[in-house]
Design a protein around this ligand. Sequence first.
Ligand code: TUI
Length: 308
Amino acid sequence: MKTRITELLGCQYPIIQGGMAWVAEHTLAAAVSNAGGIGLIAGGSAPIDYLREQIRLCKEKTDKPFGVNIMLMSPNAEDLAQLCIDEKVAVVTTGAGNPGKFIPAWKEAGIKVIPVIPSVALAKRMERAGADAVVAEGTESGGHIGENTTMCLVPQVVDALEIPVIAAGGIADGRGVAASFMLGAEGVQIGTRFLASEECQIHPTFKELVVKAKDTDSVVTGRYTGHPCRNIKTKFAKMLANGEKDGSLTPEQFEEVTLGSLRKAVQDGNLEEGSFLCGAIAGMINDIKPCEAIVKEIMEQAERLIKN
Ligand code: TUI
C-alpha cells in the first residue's frame, strides 16, 4: 500500500506508532520500524541524556527509519528539538502544543516534521509553517486529547490541506485502516494496539488492563485543568473523574495527585495511584503479540477490505 506517507518516510507500510509518553522506548520503536512501520521514541519529560541513549540504542536495533515524539508541554522540549537534529533523527512528531518555532531548523536538518493536531485551524497553521504531513488525532485516542472525533476530524483536515494526513484515534485493526483511507487519510497512527505487544516494555498489569478492557472501560479525566486525558477506568481514574464532577477535587489537587502518575502506571503497574493512558479501542484488543504480527495482520486485513 503505497501512499505519499510511505514515500515521504521511506517505510513499507503507512503505519506510525503513537508517541506514548513513558511507554514508547527504543525496544518498541525498533520493533515497529523493523515490522515496516515507523517506530517512535517518546520524549515525554525524560532527561536529554536518557533520550540520547534511547535514540542510539534504537539505531543499533534497526537500520530502518524511526522517529521521536516531542511533547511540547515538557520543559525539555527545546533541548530535545536540538537533540533530534544532532542525532539526525529521520522523523519528528509533536504533541500537546504548536511546534511552529522549531520547524525551520528541523527542515534545514532534513527531518520530516509531522505535528499531531486536534483541529483544522491548527492543521492549517502547521501546513503554512512547513510541516510535511499532520496526524489528525481524534478524541478516541489515549492520553492528552482534543474534542473532535476521528470520523469527523480526519475528512475536514483532509479537505483543508494539501499535505498528506495521517488518521489517529480508535484505529487498531485493518477495518480502522481501511476506514481511515476512505476518509482521505494516507496513513494511520496506532498507539493502543502496540501497548499489547510483546516488545512494549510497560508493566504486565498495564498490558492486562488493555487486554481485559471492555468498550466501556475508558474515561476522560482532567477536562477542567485544560489537559483532558483518556485513561483506562481504574479505581484511581474513577476517583479523579468523580472528584472533578462533584467538586471534591480542585484543579490544583487534581494536578497534585496525578503528578508522576504516568510513571507509576507504566513502571510500577500501580493501580492505586497510576494513570493508565489508553485509547477507547482497547475493548477490541484481546491478545499480546509481536509488533511484526500486529502490523502484518492489520495490513493484510486492510488490503483485503480495500481491494473488495
Ligand atoms: O500529545 C498527545 N498525547 C499525549 S501527551 C501526553 S503527556 C501529558 N501529560 C500530562 C498532561 C498532558 C500531557 C499524553 N498524551 N497527543 C497529541 C495531541 N496534541 N493531542 C492534542 C494536542 C494538541 C493540543 C493543543 C496539539 C496542539 C495544541 O495546540 C494548542 C496551541 O498551542 O495552539
